[in-house]
Design a protein around this ligand. Structure first.
Ligand code: NAG
Length: 416
């Protein structure tokens, strides 16, 4: 109800804005296509080695999440993303499936496919954001995967057995395109509750032009939904944050006191206060501008939650939030159409509270009072293009980066 009346108003606004955009095309393009002169493969890790791993088996990875207890990473990728991408509007062939791989980066260095058991053979599997929940180090591990099927987008839930490399299908969560229409990234808080971003109000499949206007004119029409499926007959979905331009990465910090959201088309990271009792988020938010279009968010869970340099007395993070992103939306868009010939640049950074200086050749954000952004990797596209996620394990000395339209996983390692 609320969405449809908002929809009508926004349609009218969209048409007006769309017409104006034709007149102001050039200045707009220069705003969304970052003109930084990025170096090739820069990183700040002293003596760090830089490797692209598994370029022959992993192709077009949207997300990577580190399971710090085990020292492994879960990688979500889709080798035929160039033929099926619901976010970028490519609908040629939904048949070939994407995959989840376990990457044992901390010990053997091997990858192994996570076999989906019990997942219907007739159902498409096109994973974007992937995340997991475990109540304690010895408890079972549950995976939450944003899945973009030809019939619609939803969240697929699996229970994982790392020893047998199996993900046992549990169920799919959808609310008939009411508050979950374009799920992108997920941050769970229990086995049956999670936050999910919806990256667009107008999805490319049904509203091609409005979808482009929403993306390229930075319209703040997307939102975050909190989902509770603990009662099987009573799915509860609540919009907990809206007014976001292309809501992408979402992260509940380890203290549960804050939720961080990446606004891709507004070049901003938002921080909300979270009420752990109600799961609701503050009306107001802090906004951190960055010099790229932020994509996925992660936390470096190898940091100690009781360390006073990691969280302050109120449980607010001081460091450890990482963000991957895209310096050029236009190059990324062009790469989505010809991934073998166009290379979009890459940027991965860490968000920290307090003042600080980014040592990178191109600073990751403007100078601010309350936060600073520190580059962990930047590349003009010639080394490892189209970074979508940076996952940091600072205790073991590794940074993993996924590439939306690149081959392999980037592994930066250093001595700790
Ligand atoms: C990236 O930087 C390298 C090293 O400076 C340069 O040789 C290459 O041409 C650049 N590539 C692009 C796409 O700008």
């Amino acid at each position: 109800m609320v969405l449809s009346s908002v929809g009508k108003t926004t349609s009218v606004i969209a048409l007006v804005v769309g017409t104006l955009s034709v007149l102001f095309y050039k200045p707009l393009v220069s705003k969304i296509d970052t003109l930084h002169d990025l170096p090739r493969a820069w990183h700040p890790f002293d003596g760090g080695t830089v490797d692209i791993r598994f370029a022959d088996v992993i192709k077009y990875s949207e997300d990577v999440v580190i399971d710090h207890d085990r020292g492994i990473a879960i990688v979500s990728f889709d080798p035929t993303r160039s033929e099926w991408n619901t976010v970028m509007g490519v609908f040629k062939n939904p048949d070939p499936r994407g995959s989840l791989f376990i990457y044992d980066y901390a010990s053997t260095g091997s990858v192994k496919e996570l076999k989906l058991t019990g997942f219907p053979a007739a159902v498409d599997f096109h994973p974007l954001g992937v995340n997991f929940f475990r109540s304690s180090p010895d408890a079972s591990t549950r995976l939450f995967v944003a899945n973009h099927q030809r019939t619609g987008s939803n969240i697929a839930i699996f229970d994982v057995d790392y020893d047998s490399h199996e993900a046992k299908y549990i169920q799919t969560v959808s609310d008939n395109d009411n508050t979950i229409i374009s799920p992108n990234s997920i941050s769970p808080v229990s086995y049956t509750q999670f936050y999910v971003t919806n990256d667009h109000r107008y999805i490319a499949r049904t509203s091609t032009i409005l979808n482009k206007i929403e993306t390229f004119l930075s319209r703040p029409w997307s939102w975050v939904t909190f989902v509770d499926f603990s009662s099987p007959k009573n799915l509860k979905c609540t919009i907990v944050a809206d007014d976001i331009g292309f809501a992408n990465g979402v992260l509940v910090t380890p203290t549960g006191k804050e939720v961080v959201v990446a606004a891709t088309s507004s070049d901003s990271i938002y921080i909300y206060e979270r009420d752990p009792e109600t799961n609701l988020l503050s009306k107001s938010r802090k906004s951190i501008p960055v010099n790229f279009h932020p994509d996925n968010l992660n936390f470096d869970d190898s940091l100690d939650i009781s360390d006073p340099t990691v969280f302050d007395a109120e449980g607010r993070f001081l460091r450890g939030v990482t963000v991957g992103g895209h310096p050029s939306m236009i190059k990324l868009f062009r790469m989505s159409r010809s991934p073998e010939s166009i290379n979009a640049p890459s940027w991965v950074a860490e968000i920290r509270r307090g003042r600080g200086v980014d040592p990178a050749p191109c600073p990751a954000g403007p100078e601010q009072e309350e936060f600073h952004v520190r580059t962990l990797y930047q590349d003009n596209g010639s080394h490892f293009p189209s970074s979508s996620t940076g996952a940091l394990d600072s205790k073991r000395g590794h940074l993993l980066v996924s590439a939306l339209y690149g081959k392999g996983i980037l592994l930066i390692s250093w001595k700790v």
